[in-house]
Design a protein around this ligand. Structure first.
Ligand code: LLP
Length: 465
């Protein structure tokens, strides 16, 4: 292993990265980053859903994920309304619990699950199985059987082995099932490599270019017990630029039309996947659902006209864009440490009582986040800060770059916005951390929807003693 002397070479200077903005008043919120009911009260404390986060932490401890129910419902509804003719599937992988599954149903959306665990939660919540779509690139025979027996509305197949398993399941159970074929459009989505899913060299879907996708369609179409609904394309996640969707739609619809001419089958449906980006910091400028609906519909209609095929029934699968901005995480500050950079500059390391176990996204995708002091007003000058966790590695960073109050001290609360998607759902027990609760807030009332883990939870699976 090569080692080099770490130090100034790692620093970006006192101003942080060039995109980082310093607010005129460090106590202010940047509304785009926060859920709709978030505000600072007269004492400078952060309130969400009418709940003062100081009270929430006093009652429920920290760290905690705070879920703004009104905001979640409004975003879900905005997608359902903007995409009126589409089926909107909320992607449960972003965050799912029984309460949220009920909200999703109440707001009229369908649900995308990608594992047996997510299916279990959905069914426990009483979610109508006919409105569930089941994803995954390696669904087992048992998973498929469970899904088919439960009456799941559509299964998105991802491999020939899976089609074979599905054939076995439908034969064994005597039940038929509705199927979509996940295809790879060969698009390089402009997002982090780990969350881009439509280029050729990755694990998902049947390649259009290689002919695998058409072969899969043919196989599903020829198999009794499998009802072919259409093609499914998901190009990646945290995408802002609709040009990726446009290229994907063009390629997927070309296949859709080819199926019509070569197999004589008009596929009734088409799913365009999810992936719509949200604002984590002031760098991000997301489109709203109405804009997305207009653009996607225009793209599909244009292609269908050019190919002379009827516009299929469309569906989308947003996860992040619904739940992401609806949640923030509140932490308590434990230590504050100033570390010298070059030319006399410094960075203030703020250690909080969580970290990469409750938000792995910074470490995994180099994601940027923001934060604000949540327990009081500060009149101190801002300093360049880095919010880090309490885990045993230097990469345990929550917020890489943000200006924080210069008088931040142990006991202060910090809140990080836009942590609703892929934070609790990817949380771990690293260092035997207890995963934080999810507390829904609405009209001044906090409601625990996922409780904090306890040491008994940790020890429950440890059968050695
Ligand atoms: N549909 C399919 C087939 C998907 O694979 C995904 C996400 C979605 C819909 C929802 O995508 P969204 O609208 O939430 O972007 N853990 C990563 C994201 C992984 C996304 C996986 N698939 C992250 O934290 O950024």
């Amino acid at each position: 292993m090569h080692a080099h002397e770490a130090g100034w070479a790692h620093a970006e200077g006192a101003r942080g990265p060039s995109w980082l903005q310093q607010l005129t008043d460090i106590n202010d919120l940047v509304p785009l980053l926060w859920s709709s009911t978030a505000r600072k009260n007269d004492e400078g404390a952060l309130e969400v859903g009418g709940v003062d986060l100081r009270d929430l932490v006093a009652e429920h401890g920290s760290p905690a994920y705070v879920l703004d129910e009104a905001d979640f419902r409004a975003r879900a509804r905005a997608f359902a309304e903007a995409f009126g003719d589409y089926d909107v599937f909320y992607a449960g992988k972003a965050f799912l619990c029984t309460t949220v599954a009920r909200w999703v149903a109440e707001e009229g959306l369908c649900l995308d699950v990608c594992s047996e665990g997510e299916l279990t939660v959905a069914l426990r919540a009483g979610f109508d199985p006919a409105r569930i779509g089941h994803h995954g690139n390696n669904k087992t025979l048992a998973e498929l059987r469970r899904s088919v027996v439960a009456g799941v509305g559509r299964i998105v197949v991802d491999s020939f082995a899976e089609i074979d398993r599905l054939v076995a399941v439908t034969a064994q159970t005597g039940r038929s099932t509705r199927v979509m074929v996940r295809v790879t459009a060969g698009v390089e989505a402009h997002t982090h490599e780990y969350i881009a899913t439509a280029h050729e060299d990755q694990k998902f879907g049947f390649s259009i270019t290689s002919g695998a996708a058409l072969a899969a369609v043919r196989k599903v179409q020829e198999t009794p017990g499998l009802e072919l609904l259409g093609l499914h394309s998901h190009i990646g996640s945290q995408i802002f630029d609709t040009s990726g969707f446009e290229v994907a739609a063009r390629r997927v619809l070309a296949l859709h039309a080819q199926v019509s001419t070569e197999l004589g089958v008009t596929l009734p449906e088409l799913d365009l996947g999810g992936g719509f980006g949200i604002a984590y910091t002031t760098q991000d400028d997301p489109a709203d659902p109405a804009q997305l609906a207009t653009e996607l519909t225009k793209i599909v209609e244009h292609e269908c006209r050019a190919l002379d095929v009827p516009v299929p029934k469309l569906s989308i699968e947003p996860g992040r864009a619904i739940v992401g901005p609806s949640m923030c995480t509140v932490y308590e500050v434990g230590t504050v440490k100033e570390v010298g950079l070059d030319a006399g500059a410094a960075r203030t390391y703020v250690s909080v009582d969580g970290g990469m176990s409750d938000n792995i996204r910074t470490a995994l995708y180099d994601a940027d986040y923001s934060c604000t002091i949540a327990s009081r007003r500060s009149e101190a000058p801002a300093v360049l800060g880095r919010v880090v966790g309490k885990h045993c590695e230097a990469g345990d960073i929550v917020v890489k770059d943000e200006f924080v109050p210069g008088d931040l001290s142990p006991g202060d609360l910090l809140a990080v916005p836009a942590t609703g998607a892929y934070c609790r759902s990817m949380a771990s027990n690293y260092n035997h951390a207890l995963r934080p609760p999810v507390i829904a807030v609405r009209d001044g009332v906090p409601q625990v929807v996922v409780r904090r883990e306890t040491e008994e939870d940790l020890l429950r699976t440890d059968v050695g003693a």
